[in-house]
Design a protein around this ligand. Structure first.
Ligand code: SER
Length: 318
């Protein structure tokens, strides 16, 4: 069967880059980008779609005879705390619509990203295993923990092939994150290449797991391509990239911009970060579908600086 993919949340931080990667792999006419936000021009097919509206979602799936859905839309951890019930409603309603449409329309595979936000105070902070006890402290984390279990439920009960990854913070030059606790790790690079000072909302030594965008995109595609019988986890896989604190990124950037200065003014996001793991055990993903991250902090910093300098049309390093 010809693969036809619908990406929901195609204009978000991950969606922006993942959509292009999927278009490259499956061609422009077989990838339908969709988002609630209509204001950017997309190469390829774009549909304005409110995924809380099941009829709209069904219509798009039927119109394009979709076989796979990547459901990336969600309100993230920090933004979610502003309006917990709205966040729960949006994150869960969109997921239920995707799961139900997948069941009804016999969608072949669904990708649903989960997050390290599912972990709370009860999980070990270092090398957190995939089966750690989950007691998330943010509404975003609660919605992802519930979502993982619903994903597994739809797989076991209805055979809907939902696949999921618990993403750490994602760092990329192509797009901006919005409303997350890990967003500082992208902003810091923009400030560095613009040679501006940066104020960080986390403590300097708050280590969190992070992943370079290229690895994040590759992980989604590799998991979706893995043979079904090799997958032993139907909630969500842990994946690890690099475990880094703001001061580590600061030091890495200073190798290129020696006068780069970071001030620290931790806010409520520090409380959120403190309950998340600082490093992740991804051995089950490595075993089941061969997951391996490929960037170190310094190789990532090099690419981030190079690409952002080109983006801002700056020629000479700091
Ligand atoms: N980057 C996300 C956040 O900070 C974690 O999944 O909310």
């Amino acid at each position: 069967m010809q693969t036809r993919i619908l990406v929901i949340g195609a204009k978000g931080q991950l969606g922006t880059v993942l959509t292009v990667a999927l278009q490259k792999k499956y061609t422009l006419e077989h990838v339908i980008a969709s988002d609630i936000n209509e204001d950017k021009v997309y190469e390829g097919i774009f549909e304005a779609l409110d995924a809380t509206n099941k009829e709209q979602l069904t219509a798009v799936v039927q119109q394009y005879r979709i076989t796979q859905i990547y459901h990336l839309a969600a309100v993230l951890s920090a933004k979610g705390e502003e309006n917990p019930l709205f966040t729960w409603q949006l994150n869960m309603q969109t997921l239920f619509n995707v799961l139900e449409v997948a069941r009804e329309q016999r969608i072949e595979k669904v990708f649903f990203p989960s997050s390290i936000a599912v972990f709370g105070a009860a999980a070990p902070l270092i090398n957190t295993p995939v089966d750690a006890y989950l007691n998330p402290a943010t509404v975003y984390g609660i919605s992802k923990a519930a979502g993982e279990n619903w994903a597994q439920y739809y797989y076991l009960r209805y055979g809907v092939d939902v696949r999921s990854i618990r993403y750490p913070g994602i760092i990329g030059y192509q797009s901006l994150p919005g409303g997350g606790t890990t967003d500082y790790a992208v902003d810091i690079y923009h400030k560095a290449v613009l040679e501006e000072a940066f104020t960080c909302f986390l403590k300097s030594d708050q280590a969190l797991p992070m992943l370079f965008m290229e690895d994040a995109v590759r992980a989604a595609i590799e998991l979706m391509e893995a043979p079904k019988e090799q997958l032993t986890i139907r909630t969500a896989y842990n994946i690890a990239g690099i475990s880094i604190a703001p001061k580590d990124i600061e030091a890495s950037i200073r190798k290129e911009y020696p006068s780069f200065h970071v001030a620290y003014a931790p806010d409520f996001r520090q409380e959120i970060a403190a309950k998340w793991p600082s490093s992740i055990d991804d051995s089950v993903a490595a075993h089941d579908w061969g997951w391996q991250s490929s960037y170190t902090l310094d190789t990532m910093t090099k690419v981030m600086i190079e690409k952002l300098r080109a983006y801002y049309q700056l020629d000479v390093a700091g």
